[in-house]
Design a protein around this ligand. Structure first.
Ligand code: G4P
Length: 535
């Protein structure tokens, strides 16, 4: 490799950070995203992301369903520059469009920002997404939002993370009051207080007034009781809290914690600066050839998400590829590890908000969208040079189950073809009852939207009008002990035994309580919420 290319890749990796936000609906992900883009100069006025989305909704009809529901099925990758660093924000679909893609996106992220509403603390969707981050041991940055509103006690919020997630916390800054009495945050590293000023919904970057802790003006600027509370809290944190340890942060064992108010723009810049300093740059990835350094000169990457029908005129499918090593160039020819075929990567795309722009080059940590219909499946590796394959992306525990019925026998072939294709694309997981007399496939999904997408596409692309029949289960666990073990223990009440696409046993439970009861009765049974990787 030429030294120029190796320097180019080295510099690109050094100046790149990639992350995804994990949060529960309403915590403020859209708002925070907008404010981050505002600081990155990618947009000039907050509100643009939302406005743009609704503008598009009015003009685009790429999927009738998207319009009907008024939601965005498209998950996007936002790229912006901040202090000379290229930041990639991988959007994790939430709300009604929560689906397995949300989990898969985390497979492509190097860092995660755990965004919590300060009044609510940990919420269900955040916990689930956190589990995926923990599995990958990626650094987690915590941002407590909405401090301008009454919140829970900050110490209690930290305790919740420590106790319930088993994650150590290190507050980088600390709030002074909350709600109407929110007066700012104290930065523990610089020992400065940043005073909160209410402004008009933080449309522009916020004015930041700082004052040092020992400054005599503090007495006038802060309410006395809040000032004493701050001093007390800091003593407690210094005495009993975890120490700052960058290695622990990088190993996903300690989370740096920030407080702020995305809506009023307060604390966002402090957060972004610290994030840039502590976040991991694109790192090594495990492959069939061992750990691959991003500076390995050949281009390699893997598909973490497929999206169909973004443009109804072309019926195209976009494969989203995370670049892992080397340099991607437009029109390059790569090998496809699963099929052994050679593929020319034409029409590569980079996504900004929801506009598609063309991309000429990309580096480790970037995401590109490729238009190669039918070629790619979730988890596929593409490469130049020596053959290698990255570890696949596992299936995540579905929570909704439904028989998928085809009432029209003459459409059997199309039905079967469509279901197989959609499964391969990763639109939904398909399971079958272990009772051979029940042949209809069971759709297993993380979000309701996945069912709707499957039915919509079966009708529009395969001409099959299907029905679903919801099953009364909400928890799935792969039984790692295998079929023999299940045969030995005999019938389990309130559960259903199904097999996944690789004929592996999966138990469906009505609820968590039911799961714990069965697990308690059969302590030898090894259950996993995440499917073992299929080969
Ligand atoms: P999401 O993407 O995580 O679902 O959340 P989103 O940003 O849409 O925010 C959810 C609601 O919370 C919005 O209010 C938003 O304005 C508000 N919000 C976000 N950050 C803050 C904050 O720091 N402080 C306060 N007080 N509110 C915040 P909404 O009424 O649903 O929408 P909108 O009319 O304000 O757009």
């Amino acid at each position: 490799m030429s030294t120029e290319l190796s320097t180019e890749i080295h510099n690109a990796v050094d100046g790149r950070r990639n992350f995804a936000i994990i949060s529960h609906p309403d915590a403020g992900k859209t708002t925070l995203t907008e404010k981050l883009l505002l600081y990155g100069g990618a947009i000039h006025e907050a509100g643009a992301v939302k406005a743009r989305a609704s503008q598009r909704r009015a003009t685009s009809d790429w999927m009738a369903m998207e319009q009907q529901r008024g939601i965005s099925i498209t998950s996007t990758v936002l790229q912006f520059e901040y202090q000379g660093c290229q930041i990639n924000l991988l959007d994790t679909p939430g709300h009604q469009d929560f689906s397995e893609d949300t989990y898969r996106t985390l497979a492509a992220a190097d860092n995660a920002v755990m965004l919590e509403d300060g009044a609510k603390g940990l919420e269900p969707q955040t916990r689930k997404l956190f589990e995926v981050c923990r599995m990958r041991r990626i650094p987690i940055f915590t941002f407590f939002n909405k401090m301008d509103r009454p919140t829970r006690e900050p110490l209690e919020l930290l305790d919740e993370i420590e106790q319930e997630l088993g994650l150590k916390t290190y507050p980088v800054n600390w709030p002074i009051g909350t709600g109407d009495r929110f007066q700012g945050v104290y930065d523990r590293h610089t020992q400065e207080i940043h005073l909160f000023e209410r402004n008009a919904h933080g449309k522009q970057a916020a004015k930041d007034t700082m004052i040092r802790l020992g400054d005599p003006r503090i007495e006038e600027l802060l309410d006395q009781d809040l000032y004493y509370q701050l001093k007390e809290d800091l003593e407690l944190l210094d005495g009993l809290g975890s120490e700052f340890d960058l290695d622990e942060i990088h190993a996903g064992e300690l989370t740096p914690v920030f407080f702020g108010s995305a809506m009023t723009n307060f604390g966002v810049q402090l957060f972004l600066d610290a994030f840039l300093e502590y976040a991991l740059k694109p790192g090594d990835r495990q492959s069939s050839q061992g750990l691959m350094s991003p500076e390995y000169p050949e281009f390699t990457g893997f598909v973490f998400k497929l999206q169909a029908n973004m443009d109804p005129k072309h019926r195209d499918r976009v494969a989203f590829v995370r670049v892992c090593t080397g340099k991607f160039e437009k029109d390059m020819t790569v090998s496809h590890a699963r099929t052994g075929k050679t593929v020319r990567l034409s029409r590569p795309q980079k996504l900004f908000a929801q506009d598609r722009g063309s991309v000429d080059v990309a580096y480790p940590g970037d995401v590109i969208g490729l238009n190669n219909p039918g070629v790619f499946a979730i988890g596929d590796t593409i490469y130049t040079g020596k053959k290698l394959e990255y570890e696949g992306i596992p299936c995540f525990s579905p929570e909704l189950f439904a028989y998928l019925r085809n009432p029209n026998p003459s459409k059997f072939k199309q039905f079967h073809k469509g279901v197989t294709q959609l499964r391969e694309e990763g639109a939904v997981q398909i399971m079958y009852s272990s009772d051979e007399s029940k042949r209809d496939p069971i759709l297993a999904a993380v979000g309701q939207l996945q069912f709707e997408v499957v039915q919509f596409r079966l009708l529009n692309e395969y001409g099959v009008d299907t029905r679903t029949e919801l099953l009364p289960y909400s928890v799935a666990r792969w039984v790692l002990n295998g079929w023999d073990f299940l045969d030995q223990i005999g019938r389990l009440f309130n559960t259903m035994t199904v097999k996944d696409n690789w004929d592996r046993p999966v138990l469906l439970f009505k609820n968590e309580w039911n799961l714990h009861q069965v697990q308690g009765d059969h302590p030898d049974m090894k259950l996993s919420a995440i499917a073992p990787l299929s080969s």
